[in-house]
Design a protein around this ligand. Structure first.
Ligand code: NAD
Ligand code: UDP
Ligand code: UDP
Length: 336
């Protein structure tokens, strides 16, 4: 005798356990460049439910279009400077414009995002018991007098300059994270992200890699800001996302530098872009902006030891991957 009855419904307790096993992850700023790549990676795990909160200041729904409508995905138009009442288990707090032209556009909004936004996400973490990861920045080291920068360095930051809304904002955000950790026992993680590049960067967001690639594709001169000898170290976005997830899921609060220690002058970067993307293009020098850090390179000893993480993608391998995405969006194919 074979029963045709459907299997019994799981008991409410079993159901609760089933939902417990799922991880509800909030990604603030998830419609942005790094955030959307992080969402892609988090969505690969069927146990994750991902909620993005973003005000679309520099991000866009386009970056998340493949997830809109997915049962484990939710997108909320929300500004983190306002309180957010939802239930979550983990918070990746990325919301904040990252490109100098955008964060300087409305500096008061930028510092509110860093201070009030982080305070709200910490309040949310406190109420829900969620673990929270802040994407801080190498800019907390300012114009560094120590090279390469390790996490013990306190930095050399102008508190009243045009970049201060961003770098001092992130410094306060780090302080808030540690105060909530010490005072309220919140589980915190702090990543100090160094310059990151890859597909989906805003084409005209003014950052150096996106500028040079867009210029090379459009046959416009590459604009090296003076003196051109200033250095940066560029991390490909997939490496960055892996580092952030290792940090979140590991046992260390940080702050931990996540970045690629390969260091280049802006002139060298321009030469590389020229050679790989458009050998005909000119390289010119232009005025710089105030308080531009002269050198930057992460010491990633801590990330290697504590997270078992190090970047894999070299600049010369990452640039062509970004070129492909930029060509598609600009509608300009490679000359034969
Ligand atoms: P991005 O500008 O592409 O993404 C930021 C996202 O935050 C955008 O989607 C934007 O709309 C959203 N946002 C901004 N203000 C908000 C607010 N008040 N409320 C809700 N959403 C808001 O930048 P990104 O490069 O993806 O940077 C992500 C994070 O990583 C930022 O916190 C940034 O400070 C940090 N970071 C990035 C780099 C880098 O090189 N890309 C370096 C250091 C640190
Ligand atoms: N908050 C939030 N979501 C929550 C809980 C708190 O956005 O689920 C905000 C809250 O509005 C407050 C901030 O987080 O502005 C800090 O919260 P906390 O509980 O630490 O401080 P308090 O509300 O006691 O000032
Ligand atoms: N830069 C440049 N040409 C550009 C844009 C930027 O030479 O078109 C330089 C800028 O002066 C700085 C470096 O590139 O030294 C990195 O600038 P970016 O705005 O990308 O990031 P930052 O590290 O300053 O936040």
């Amino acid at each position: 005798h074979v029963s045709t009855k459907p299997p019994p419904e799981p008991s409410p307790l079993r159901k609760a356990k089933f939902f417990q096993a799922n991880m509800r992850i909030l990604v603030t700023g998830g419609a942005g460049f790094i955030g959307s790549h992080l969402v892609d990676k988090l969505m690969e795990n069927e146990k994750n439910e991902v909620i993005v909160a973003d005000n679309y200041f520099t991000g866009s729904k386009d970056n998340l279009k493949k997830w809109i409508g997915h049962p484990r995905f939710e997108l909320i138009r929300h500004d983190v400077t306002e309180p957010l009442l939802i239930e979550v288990d983990q918070i990746y707090h990325l919301a904040c414009p990252a490109s100098p032209i955008f964060y300087k556009y409305n500096p008061v909004k930028t510092i509110k995002t860093n201070v009030i936004g982080t305070l709200n996400m910490l309040g949310l973490a406190k109420r829900t018991g969620a673990r929270i990861l802040l994407t801080s920045t190498s800019e907390v080291y300012g114009d560094p007098l120590v090279h390469p920068q390790d996490e013990t360095y306190w930095g050399n930051v102008n508190p009243i300059g045009v970049r201060s809304c961003y770098d001092e904002g992130k410094r306060v955000a780090e302080t808030l994270m540690f105060d909530y950790h010490r005072q309220h026992g919140i589980e915190i993680r702090i990543a100090r992200i160094f310059n990151t590049y890859g597909p989906r960067m805003n084409i005209d967001d003014g950052r150096v890699v996106s500028n040079f690639i867009a210029q090379a594709i459009r046959d416009e001169p590459l604009t090296v800001q003076l003196p051109g000898t200033q250095t940066r170290s560029f991390c490909y976005v997939s490496d960055m996302v892996n580092g952030l997830m290792r940090l979140m899921d590991g046992e260390n609060t940080g702050p931990i530098n996540i970045g690629n220690p390969g260091e280049f002058t802006m002139l060298e970067l321009a030469e590389n872009v020229k050679e790989l993307i458009n050998p005909e293009v000119k390289i010119i020098t232009v005025e710089n902006t105030p308080d531009d850090p002269r050198q930057r390179k992460p010491d990633i000893t801590k990330a290697k030891e504590l997270l078992g993480w190090e970047p894999k993608v070299k600049l010369r391998d990452g640039l062509p991957l970004m070129e492909e995405d930029f060509r598609e969006r600009l509608g300009i194919s490679r000359k034969k």
